[in-house]
Design a protein around this ligand. Structure first.
Ligand code: NOJ
Length: 516
């Protein structure tokens, strides 16, 4: 891999769920021009990169993760020209932007699928994973059947309206399963590259890739899927060596072998991410009853497997999980961000998390959101109509907004130096002025004991060493540390004290120190 996407080394991402970010034309739903209007805001917060959720034509049965035309922007957000302008406006500000690539499945309304359902053989017959009889289900995958002229069941990837694209099977044990090098799977892969080529030519900087580890079927160890992505990386190295690739895979060793630059830490599977923020007793909680140790064990395992490259991206949240502020409150949110913004890999801030936007309870599902809907509500900018999100009548908003009288807003928090917004702003500035704290700085865990506080780790690059100490618990804690504190770079809460190699940490404190 040429790894020319050097901008990732100090990228701090802001994830935009386009439906809910900023509505520039008063129709109740966000749009590209609305995003452009807020680029200066995002830059002022300190983020220099964007990930926007799928914004292509779609019946929106899964908020756009059910694409019906990969080459056209969804009209509700604007035109391809508007999207192109968004890329250019980002670049003007020295920012970068990733689109969301959904390679695993399409919508049932995609023309490929409509062709693929026909009885007569055509170019798209093998574009999806089909069994050769309506009475045979693709084991373990769920399927669509009974709606096609074709005699067969089509595997699905997620919801039952998302047919699985056919990249082949690593091991075939049924006649309808095709190897990766069969004509159908090869054509699917070429079609994928063509989509990437289209948007990269238009100016996007790369992709966040949806369910990147799931493309090749019967591929338990991911070997086939790794090969597939290596093939994509070769194409990128040839045609778009600067293109950045971030995977939703959750196994960085595999994803990095496949040529991805970074992989997400997932909130499901074995990562223990939820131990930090989203469980009954999260580590980041003033009660101090959480446990960070299993997260650290798993993180280290992945860190070692990915050659200590530290390319695991930790998100504050995303459109698939509860809001961070649901389980982490008040000043503890600031300590949680001190963690998120001092770890290796590029941090991702989910829109609204910078002001502690709340999960809105009790909403009916919108666009396949179900329990996720409450984390996808319209952004709260100020104290004008609809919190400045849209001029549409309230009942026309894409999702009902948090309507509690004390809902947080950007305006109020920007006017208050002690707000979460300002703390995040300070933390990003510190990260950006120390290479050791950025994506590729090394990490060594100094104190991460079972059911104990604080949590301490050392970040280093060149000859700079920075000790990060986090104590979200509302009691004083201490730990033995082999480093001498030399200069304070940041503190929130109280001040660390050091005596005979033992560091005492006041309650509810985060601190970064240069050490030797
Ligand atoms: C992961 C996406 O983040 C999620 O929102 C979507 O529903 C599934 N993949 C299916 O594409």
């Amino acid at each position: 891999m040429k790894n020319n996407a050097a901008w990732l080394d100090n990228a701090v991402f802001y994830e935009i769920y386009p439906q809910s970010f900023n509505d520039s034309n008063g129709d109740g739903i966000g749009d590209f021009n609305g995003i452009i209007e807020k680029l200066d805001y995002i830059k002022e917060l300190g983020c220099n990169a964007l990930w926007i959720n799928p914004c292509f034509e779609s019946p929106f049965g899964d908020a756009g993760y059910d694409v019906s035309d990969y080459y056209s922007a969804a009209p509700r957000y604007g035109t391809n020209e508007d999207l192109k302008r968004l890329f250019a406006e980002c670049h003007k500000r020295d920012m970068h932007i990733l689109l969301d690539l959904v390679p695993g499945h399409t919508s049932v309304e995609h023309k490929w699928f409509k062709e693929s359902m026909k009885a007569e053989r055509n170019e798209f017959t093998d574009r999806y994973v089909w069994t050769d009889s309506i009475w045979e289900e693709p084991q373990g995958m769920g399927c669509i059947r009974g709606i096609s002229e074709r005699d067969g069941s089509c595997a699905v990837n997620f919801f039952s309206h998302q047919p699985a694209l056919n990249y082949g099977f690593y091991k075939c044990d049924r006649p309808w399963q095709q190897p990766m090098d069969a004509e159908g799977p090869r054509a699917t892969l070429e079609a994928l590259k063509d989509i990437m080529r289209f948007w990269l030519n238009m100016g996007c900087d790369g992709f966040r890739v949806d369910m990147a580890g799931s493309l090749v079927k019967h591929d338990e160890d991911g070997k086939g899927t790794i090969m597939l992505w290596q093939n994509v990386r070769e194409f990128l190295d040839r045609e778009f060596p600067e293109a950045a690739m971030v995977s939703e895979w959750g196994e960085p060793d595999k994803s990095l072998q496949g040529g991805f630059h970074m992989d997400f830490l997932l909130h499901f599977g074995p990562s223990h991410y939820n131990d930090l923020f989203r469980c009954e007793e999260p580590f980041f909680c003033e009660r101090g009853k959480g446990d960070v140790s299993e997260f650290v064990t798993k993180y280290l395992e992945n860190y070692e497997k990915s050659e200590r490259k530290g390319l695991i991206c930790i998100p504050s949240g995303n459109h698939d999980m509860g809001r961070l502020s649901q389980t982490v409150h008040g000043d503890t949110l600031k300590i949680a961000f001190a963690f998120l913004l001092s770890m290796p890999g590029a941090p991702f801030i989910y829109y609204g998390d910078e002001i502690g936007m709340r999960y809105v309870e009790g909403l009916a599902s919108v666009e396949g959101g179900y329990g996720r809907t409450g984390s996808r509500t319209p952004m709260q900018w100020d104290d004008t109509t609809n919190a400045g999100f849209s001029a549409a009548p309230r009942e026309k908003l894409y999702i009902r907004q948090d309507d509690t009288p004390d809902r947080p807003t950007v305006k109020a928090q920007m006017n208050d130096e002690s707000s979460l917004w300002h703390e995040i702003n300070r933390l990003i500035k510190i990260r950006q002025s120390h290479k050791a704290l950025q994506s590729k700085g090394e990490i060594k865990f100094v104190y991460a004991e079972k059911n104990a506080y604080p949590f301490a780790y050392l970040r280093s690059a060149d000859d700079e060493k920075i000790l990060v100490v986090l104590n979200p618990a509302d009691r004083e804690t201490s730990f033995d540390c082999g480093y001498t504190l030399t200069e304070k770079l940041y503190s929130f809460g109280g001040e660390l004290t050091s005596e005979n190699g033992r560091i005492t940490v006041p309650p509810c404190t985060a601190a970064f120190y240069k050490v030797k």
